[in-house]
Design a protein around this ligand. Structure first.
Ligand code: ATP
Ligand code: CA
Ligand code: CA
Length: 404
C-alpha cells in the first residue's frame, strides 16, 4: 500500500494493473475468434504471443489511459481448449473480465501475491512469481492430461497465464476458478495443510471480518471436525486421494485445502425455510434461489459437488442448488461446505530442496511444512480424512475425536 492508500504491486497501482489486464484479456480472447478450433498440438503448450498496447491505440488494440504496456499470452490455444473443457464460452469469459472493473481481494498469504476477482465472482486472478509461471508452463501438458481425463477434481483449474509488462517490470498472472460463490455468505474460512508448524492465523488476520484460519485454529475451533454423510465422506476422500497422487507425481507440495463454511442458522432469516435432518442427512434449503443475487454459474464441473462427482438427484432428501457439500459441524450446526485445493505451483524439485535441508537442521523435520512430496501428500490426506472430516453413521455428532 502506497502513501495515498492505494495498493501497489512492484510499484504499479492496482488500478493500472487491473485496467490493463482487462484490455489484455479482451485482446487475447477476442483475437482467438479468428483462429479455427482444432485439436491440441504439443507446441500449443509452448507458444507465447506478445502484444504492445500503445496509449493511442493501434490496428487491433484500443486507445487507453494507462501507460504503454505489453501483454504476453502464454499457450493461447491450449488455454482456449481448457476453457472449452470446462464449458466457458469465449464471450462469457470476455464478459466476466471486461463488463465491469475487477475487485481486489486482501491476501492472507505471506507470499505477497495480489488477488483480483471478476465482478461476477467467477474467476480469481493471482499474481505469481517468475518461477511459478515457468513451472505452470512446464506443468501444463501433464497437468491437463490429468484434468481432462478426469474433470472431477478439486485441483485448481487454470484458465489463462499472462504477463503484464510495463516500465521494465513484469507481472505474471494466472486465472483460476473462484471457489466461493458470491451469493452465499461464507462464515468461516480455513486454509489447511496438515502441518502444525506455525499454522495459526496471525493476530492481524484474526481481526479481519472473515479471517483465513489455519490448521491449529481448526483443531481448536472444531475439535470433533466436520461431519459428512458416509457417501459424501467417501466421495470427498476418494477425490482428495486421487488429486494428491497427481500432485505428488509432479513433486508438488505446500498446497492447501481451502474450506469455506456457510452456517445455515446464520442465514435462516434469508431463507425462511425449515432446516432439519432426515436420517442424519442435512436438509439444505435452496439457498441460491432465495438469495437476492440469484444466478447460475456457467462453469462446468466447478462446484464442489460436481468436483467430487456427487450430483444431487431428485429422490434425494437433499435440496441444494448451491453446489456446496451439506454437512454438520461438531456443534451440530447445519453447514454447507465449499472446498478446493489451492497454491499448487511450488515444486519440491525446483525450489524446496535447499529450504528443506536448512530448516531440518533447526527444526524437527516432521513438523515443518516443507517436506518431501510423498510425505506431504500422506500427511495432508491423513489430516483431512481423520481430523477435518468425519463420517457420520448415526447422524449423531461423535463425542470423541480421532485426532489426539
Ligand atoms: P502463501 O503465502 O501461502 O504462498 P499465496 O500468495 O501463494 O500464499 P494462496 O495460498 O494461493 O496465496 O492463497 C491465499 C489465500 O487466497 C487463500 O488462503 C484463500 O483465502 C484465497 N484464495 C486462493 N485461491 C483461491 C480461489 N481459487 N478461490 C477463492 N479464494 C482463493
Ligand atoms: Ca498457500
Ligand atoms: Ca504460494
Amino acid at each position: 500500500v502506497d502513501d495515498e492508500g492505494e495498493t501497489t504491486y512492484k510499484r504499479i497501482t492496482s488500478n493500472q494493473i487491473m485496467g490493463s489486464i482487462q484490455l489484455g484479456i479482451q485482446y487475447a480472447v477476442g483475437g482467438l475468434a479468428s483462429k479455427p478450433e482444432r485439436d491440441l498440438l504439443i507446441q500449443d503448450f509452448m507458444t507465447v504471443e506478445t502484444k504492445v498496447f500503445t496509449c493511442d491505440g493501434a490496428n487491433l488494440t484500443p486507445a487507453h489511459r494507462f501507460p504503454q504496456f505489453s501483454f504476453k499470452i502464454y499457450a493461447p490455444i491450449a488455454f482456449r481448449y481448457f476453457r472449452d473443457v470446462f464449458g466457458i464460452q469465449p464471450e462469457d469469459f470476455m464478459f466476466s473480465f471486461c463488463n465491469a472493473p475487477l475487485r481486489e481481494l486482501s491476501n492472507p498469504g505471506a507470499s505477497g501475491s495480489i488477488f483480483y476477482v471478476t465482478d461476477d465472482d467467477e474467476f480469481v486472478i493471482k499474481t505469481v512469481t517468475h518461477k511459478e509461471a515457468e513451472f505452470l508452463q512446464k506443468l501444463l501438458p501433464g497437468y491437463y492430461m490429468n484434468i481432462v481425463q478426469n474433470p472431477r477434481t478439486l485441483l485448481p483449474k487454470f484458465f489463462g497465464l499472462y504477463c503484464y509488462h510495463c516500465n521494465s517490470k513484469n507481472i505474471r498472472l494466472v486465472i483460476m476458478n473462484n471457489l466461493f460463490p458470491s451469493w452465499i455468505e461464507i462464515h468461516e474460512k480455513f486454509d489447511l495443510k496438515g502441518s502444525t508448524f506455525k499454522r495459526q492465523a496471525s493476530p492481524a488476520e484474526r481481526d479481519k471480518a472473515l479471517p483465513t484460519f489455519k490448521d491449529l485454529d481448526f483443531m481448536e475451533m472444531h475439535q470433533n471436525g466436520i461431519i459428512l454423510t458416509p457417501d459424501m465422506y467417501d466421495a470427498l476422500c476418494k477425490t482428495m486421494e486421487r488429486d494428491c497422487r497427481v500432485l505428488e507425481s509432479f513433486k508438488i507440495m505446500d498446497y492447501s485445502l481451502l474450506i469455506g463454511i456457510h452456517i445455515l442458522a446464520k442465514s435462516s432469516e434469508a431463507c425462511g425455510e425449515v432446516v432439519g435432518t432426515s436420517n442424519g442427512v442435512t436438509v439444505v434449503p435452496d439457498v441460491a434461489s432465495t438469495s437476492s443475487k440469484n444466478k447460475k454459474r456457467h462453469l462446468y464441473h466447478t462446484t464442489v459437488m460436481e468436483s467430487i462427482d456427487k450430483r444431487v438427484s431428485n429422490q434425494d432428501t437433499i435440496r441444494n442448488s448451491s453446489g456446496g457439500i451439506p454437512a454438520k459441524s461438531d456443534k451440530g450446526e447445519h453447514v454447507i461446505l465449499f472446498i478446493g485445493i489451492i497454491d499448487v505451483l511450488q515444486s519440491y524439485k525446483l525450489m524446496k530442496k535447499i529450504e528443506h535441508t536448512v530448516k531440518s537442521m533447526f527444526f524437527d523435520s516432521d513438523t515443518i511444512s516443507v517436506h518431501r512430496p510423498d510425505f506431504y501428500a500422506t500427511r495432508f490426506l491423513n489430516f483431512m480424512t481423520k481430523t477435518v472430516f468425519h463420517k457420520s453413521d448415526t447422524g449423531q455428532v461423535p463425542t470423541t475425536s480421532s485426532h489426539k
